[in-house]
Design a protein around this ligand. Structure first.
Ligand code: UD1
Length: 430
């Protein structure tokens, strides 16, 4: 019964360091098995999804040497099996990257259908369409995606919808296909660029990542490389909203401020202060903030993975805010929990209408998914009294040392395992 117990009310102040981007790292780890040489990956976030993926690639024969918590060496030359399935891999979304990686390298892959947070229906039709366009046969049977190709050929692919996962997956397979591939209407997220840079460091020929047309010239084999993953835009954004919601002042280090622009712009618009440095942002708020409207969009728009954290901030602001969720249809499941803390939010389909309140009151809530879990922790830190957040396994999937970092900033938060420990925390903190 792991949960967080929080005593809210402290302004978060101080400095923290952001880790490597989880969503870039997942794709990069999968891509790292495409070479038979050793690759070294640095700035790896030490979070649960990463460890599940590392275990999966080890299970199919790759040599995985964890140099330290944030550095790993991988050698894919020992892979003896292209079938990836275990109970853990079925729970993560990014398992789908192993399809592109294995199909590209071995022209065959059998990977458990992806799981991930329940934030809406999450089909992989665009991934499959891309692989088929390159000449693969793709079937789904016994809960596995089975992809096979005699020859994988470069082609012209127009993505019906902007999809981060499909763009990266097709890019990986195409990097080892014969001839040229053009992906149009590609996703432009920073981690798409990071994965392209990683593949290029191994010898791939990819141009245009970060724009909506990516051009790939297939190569036969990749070499070795040493690569450092970009900072996590969403972890940084989460701490930015934590600063604002608690009326604190946080220097968030090891970030790329450009990747945070959509978040910074909204925080500035509602009255927070955001100061950009070369590789840091300082975020503070001294007064009650104002309302605004937000629509989640693919990069460079406002990220859907920041929607719940921003909703918490707006629920404490002055006036009425409207959030439109245009990426996933089921991403307001945290609203019932936030309502227990005094928030006033009405959800109608993909729109949430938030009437700002003066403050939250602590309550017992549960995390419905990863980002909403982090948002509820922020709500707890800004609430009056005690909050417990349960189902925090979700939070471990994407945040490294979340409670330690919050404690470092002055947050009263403790990981507890039973009611006795909750009572002990309440007695100690008073
Ligand atoms: C990735 C991120 C996730 C983030 C999301 C959007 C990972 C592991 N996860 O998820 O944290 O919230 O990007 O930034 O990197 N779609 C289809 N068919 C497909 C693929 C996607 O219809 O084959 C739809 C989805 O349902 C969604 C939209 O396209 O409505 C965007 O999804 P996509 O960008 O693919 O998200 P994920 O890769 O699942």
């Amino acid at each position: 019964m792991e949960q967080y117990v929080i005593k809210g009310g402290n302004r978060l102040n101080g400095e923290i360091e952001i880790g490597g981007a989880k969503n870039a790292a997942l794709a990069i780890l999968a891509a790292s098995i495409m070479t038979d040489e050793t690759v070294t990956i640095e700035n790896l976030p030490n979070v649960r999804d990463i460890n599940v993926l590392l275990q999966a690639i080890e299970e199919i024969g790759a040599k995985v040497e964890r140099v330290d918590a944030h550095k790993v060496k991988i050698n894919g030359s020992f892979i003896r099996d292209v079938s990836v399935d275990n109970e853990f891999i079925r729970r993560i979304r990014a398992s789908y990257y192993l399809i592109g990686a294995l199909l590209g390298k071995y022209k065959k892959a059998e990977v458990a259908l992806p799981g991930g947070c329940d934030i809406g229906s999450r089909p992989i039709d665009l991934h499959i369409k891309g692989f088929r366009a390159m000449g693969a046969t793709v079937d789904i049977a016994h809960g596995l995606v089975i992809a096979e190709a005699e020859r994988l050929s470069g082609t012209h692919i127009y993505m019906d919808k902007v999809s981060v996962g499909a763009t990266i997956n097709i890019m990986m397979a195409a990097a080892m296909a014969e001839g040229k591939t053009v992906i149009e209407n590609a996703a432009k997220e920073p981690h798409v660029v990071d994965v392209a840079n990683f593949l290029n460091s191994m010898g791939a020929k990819i141009r245009g990542a970060g724009t909506d047309v990516i051009r790939i010239k297939g190569v036969e084999r990749f070499g070795d490389c040493q690569y450092s993953i970009i900072p996590d835009q969403i972890e940084a954004g989460t701490f930015m909203t934590a600063a604002v919601a608690t009326k604190g002042d946080i220097m968030i280090k090891n970030v790329i401020p450009k990747h945070l622009e959509a978040i910074s712009a909204k925080l500035i618009e509602i009255g927070a202060e955001v100061v950009e440095f070369d590789d840091a942002v300082r975020v503070s708020a001294t007064k009650r903030l104002e309302s605004t409207n937000i629509k989640t969009l693919p990069y460079p728009g406002f990220p859907t993975d920041m929607q719940p954290q921003m909703a918490v901030t707006l629920a404490l602001s002055n006036g009425t805010s409207v959030i439109s969720e245009s990426i996933f249809e089921n991403r307001f499941r945290y609203v019932d929990e936030l309502t227990k803390m005094g928030a006033t939010i009405q959800v109608d389909g993909r729109t949430a209408i938030i009437s700002g309140v003066e403050g939250f009151t602590g309550a017992d809530v549960h995390a419905p998914d990863l980002r909403a879990g982090a948002a509820l922790v922020i709500a707890g830190l800004s609430a009056k009294g005690f909050t417990t957040v349960s189902d925090i396994g979700y939070i471990y999937r994407g945040y490294e040392q979340f409670e330690q970092k919050l404690k470092q900033l002055g947050g009263e938060i403790q990981l507890v395992n039973n009611e006795k420990e909750v009572a002990k925390f309440k007695l100690k903190i008073g």
